[in-house]
Structures are given as structure tokens and as C-alpha cells.
Design a protein around this ligand. Structure first.
Ligand SMILES: Cc1cc2nc3c(=O)[nH]c(=O)nc-3n(C[C@H](O)[C@H](O)[C@H](O)COP(=O)(O)OP(=O)(O)OC[C@H]3O[C@@H](n4cnc5c(N)ncnc54)[C@H](O)[C@@H]3O)c2cc1C
Length: 387
């Protein structure tokens, strides 16, 4: 009941959901706690996800993708997140950001060169927008790109790059306006960066509260020489491309949050039946029943809004503020539901012995990345007044 979509799924959607669930339960769940404890990135994860087609879910078959609709992709992502939220963010970033940016805004030559190996899991993708001093205000980024003959030369530091130290392709945003004439977001371009380019270095790796099996690193570009044909789309449009892609990326983060919350609900429900106090399972106490009821309601509501936003995308409409609503609702549900799960586990939930502790830590970041909850509220509020 807790993993049910409210609208009927097609046979293909059910089949992909089942494949993802089997992979998540058999290949991720048994290792998730150890990978988290050791901050370990499992190197075979990318090729294995690629072999299943999960790194090209939204790419056309012409580029070795599965050519699936957004809803199917999000169903699979929820399953992966329920087992291992770190694997889910790898999948979400790769599918929603670098591959989609190359597909939507790249030239045919760029698509043919980069997308098939990305879909097959031979090249992991990353997205480098944020900088140490440019987070919510990403248009304030400072990495500078200067044209030099048939190259662009990039200098600066990108921060918080998920997959950054394992990525074969990084879509990085840098300024192509001049310090004398700043053009805000219109002065930013997108580049296809690869780690073999001279001047590329991986910097500090973050030691995080949660998502510890997902590497988050700084990237240092020191006179990084990027061939001119790696400019993605038009000069000066990179920020617009990034914002449009983030709108879709937020659906992925919402699915990740739903997966985390659902798993916490499943675990808490089972625990409440097993744990006895005062001679009876704690599930018999109405205080616990009401918590579980509220948890189930929030998970279901978050998933319903997410699926409605995905359906808009699949109809060819832009989900706009609905993507922000889905992310806001799902991430706050994940944080609340995982908090309640720990409460239901009592002291045991506060130890690393039980998965609800990891789920609680993993939930937090869904309120922060790809736009904080405050930024989602700004987007939603703006949609109410700017019609
Ligand atoms: C684990 C992890 C992975 C990440 N992966 C990536 C990645 O792959 N690529 C990438 O480019 N970035 C990535 N990020 C960066 C992420 O997108 C930023 O952390 C996020 O956008 C917030 O920016 P910030 O951390 O600089 O916070 P700040 O922008 O400094 O915000 C601090 C606080 O101020 C609030 N605030 C800011 N502006 C406003 C406002 N106008 N109104 C109200 N409140 C406001 C924020 O909501 C927040 O509460 C990742 C971050 C994390 C933690």
C-alpha cells in the first residue's frame, strides 16, 4: 500500500518499477549501511546501472537510451532511493542534468559523441553550477571563461559537485562576459568539461551528514583549456539552460525524497508490530497508529503531486512551479517522516544499528540541493503573482 501509485501504471511502467525494486533490494540495500559508514563510492555502480539502462532512461534509443517517459523514470528512482539514497542522487543528477542539457541544447555532433557512452554507464555525468560563494544566487558565479583561439580557458572553483571525482563528463557553467561588463545570468555559458583536460583538478571532498556514499567535491579549473566545440548551445545561454534543467532535476530529487520517506514508513510500521512495551506491540497505542497514519498520508500526498508534475512533463507541458511544489512537499515529508520513524524506534532509532538513522540523515539534503526549500517557496510564490 505504501509504495502504490494512485494512478494505474502501464505494463511497461510496472515492469521497470519491478526491475528497479529487484536491483535495489538485492544489490543496493545489503550494502547501503556499510557504504554510508565508510563514505565509500562503489565503482561498479555506474556500469551496473548503465547495463540496466538506468543511466539513459530519458534519452532516445538513437543515443542508446531507453526513451522512457518521466513517470517511469521517477518510479525507478523512488525504488533506488528507498534502498540507497546515495545511488539515487547519482542517478538523478546524471539523468536530469548533464545528459538532458546535452540532449536539449547540444549540437548533433555533441549528442552523438557524449550521450551513448553516458547512457551505457561508461561515462558518469556531473553538473557544476554552484561555487563557494554562489549557491542560491547561482548567477553570481565567478568562474571565468576567456576565448583563446580555438579554445576557451576556464579559471575558478566549482563547489558541491555530486559525482565530480568520478565523472567522465561535467557540464560546467562559467562566465563568458567580461569583468568590465557583467550581464548577470546572461553572461554565463555552459561547457562540456572532461577530467583529461589540462588544468582540471579535483579539490576538497566534503565530509557530509548524509548521502555519505555519494561523493561531493570541489573542482578546480586552473587555466583549464576547453576546446571551442565543447561550448554547449549558445554563448550566454548557459544559466538559462541550467535553470530549465533544474526544473526537471527537482522532480528527481522529489522522487528521491519519496523513496527515503517510504522506506522509513515501511521500517517504522514493521518495528511497531514487533516492539512490545506494557505487554503489547507499540502498534496498539493510538499515539503510534496516528503517527503512522500521518506518515503514510504525507508519503502518498508527496508522491501524488510528483506524479502529477511528471504527467505534465510527459504531456509536453513545463511543470514549472509544480516541480517546485513536488520537491518542497516531498523533501519536507521526508524530513518529517524520518523524524517520526526515529521516534517510533525510540532509543534504538538513535543508533547507527538501524536504517532509520541513515534515512533521517539522508533526508535532510533534499531540503537543500537543487534549490533550498526557501528558493522553492520563492518560485511558487512568484508563479502566483506573475501569471
Ligand atoms: C550534498 C550536496 C550535493 C550538491 N550537488 C550539487 C551539484 O551536483 N551541482 C551543483 O552545482 N550544486 C550542488 N549542490 C549545491 C546546492 O545546490 C547548494 O548547496 C544550494 O543551492 C544552496 O546553496 P548554498 O549551500 O550556497 O546556500 P546559500 O545559498 O548560502 O543559502 C543559505 C541559506 O539562506 C537561504 N537563502 C538564500 N537566499 C535566499 C533568499 N533569496 N530568500 C530566502 N532565503 C534565502 C537558503 O535557503 C539557505 O537556508 C549540492 C549541495 C549539497 C549539500
Amino acid at each position: 500500500m505504501t509504495d502504490a501509485a494512485l494512478t494505474p501504471l502501464t505494463p511497461e511502467q510496472s515492469e521497470i518499477q519491478r526491475m528497479a525494486r529487484d536491483f535495489a533490494r538485492n544489490e543496493l540495500a545489503p550494502h547501503a549501511a556499510a557504504w554510508d559508514r565508510d563514505s565509500y563510492f562503489e565503482p561498479t555502480l555506474t556500469p551496473r546501472l548503465g547495463a540496466l539502462g538506468f543511466l539513459g532512461m530519458l534519452l532516445p534509443e538513437a543515443y542508446d537510451g531507453l526513451g522512457l517517459d518521466a513517470l517511469t523514470y521517477l518510479l525507478a528512482l523512488e525504488e533506488i532511493a528507498a534502498a540507497d539514497a546515495s545511488a539515487a542522487v547519482l542517478m538523478s543528477v546524471h539523468n536530469s542534468l548533464p545528459t538532458q542539457m546535452i540532449l536539449r541544447f547540444g549540437s548533433e555532433a555533441q549528442r552523438e559523441r557524449w550521450l551513448p557512452p553516458m547512457a551505457r554507464g561508461e561515462l558518469l555525468g556531473a553538473f557544476a553550477l554552484s561555487e563557494p560563494d554562489a549557491g542560491s544566487d547561482a548567477a553570481a558565479l565567478r568562474t571565468q571563461a576567456v576565448r583563446d583561439g580555438d579554445h576557451w580557458v576556464l579559471t575558478g572553483t566549482k563547489a558541491w559537485v555530486t559525482n565530480g571525482n568520478h565523472a567522465g563528463v561535467i557540464v560546467a557553467m562559467a562566465r563568458t562576459d567580461t569583468p568590465e561588463l557583467r550581464r548577470g545570468g546572461r553572461g554565463i555559458s555552459a561547457f562540456i568539461v572532461t577530467p583529461d583536460l589540462p588544468g582540471f583538478a579535483v579539490g576538497k571532498k566534503e565530509n557530509k551528514l548524509g548521502l555519505r556514499a555519494s561523493p561531493t567535491v570541489q573542482l578546480n579549473f586552473d587555466q583549464l583549456r576547453v576546446p571551442a566545440d565543447r561550448l554547449l548551445g549558445e554563448e550566454g545561454q548557459g544559466f538559462v539552460y541550467a535553470m530549465q534543467s533544474l526544473e526537471h532535476g527537482r522532480l528527481g530529487i522529489a522522487a528521491q525524497a519519496v523513496g527515503i520517506a517510504r522506506r522509513a514508513l515501511e521500517l517504522a510500521t514493521a518495528y511497531a508490530s514487533e516492539r512490545k512495551q506494557f505487554g503489547t506491540p507499540i502498534h496498539d497505542f493510538q499515539a503510534i497508529q496516528f503517527k503512522l497514519a500521518d506518515m503514510a498520508t504525507k508519503v502518498t500526498a508527496a508522491r501524488a503531486v510528483l506524479h502529477a508534475a511528471a504527467a505534465m512533463k510527459d504531456r509536453g507541458e513545463s511543470p514549472g512551479a509544480y516541480a517546485s511544489m513536488a520537491k518542497l512537499l516531498a523533501s519536507e515529508a521526508a524530513m518529517w517522516v524520518t523524524t517520526q520513524a526515529i521516534q517510533i524506534y525510540g532509543g534504538y532509532g538513535y543508533t547507527t544499528e538501524f536504517d532509520v538513522e541513515r534515512l533521517f540523515r539522508d533526508a535532510k539534503v533534499t531540503e537543500i540541493y537543487e534549490g533550498t526549500s526557501e528558493i522553492q517557496r520563492i518560485v511558487i510564490a512568484r508563479s502566483l503573482t506573475h501569471r
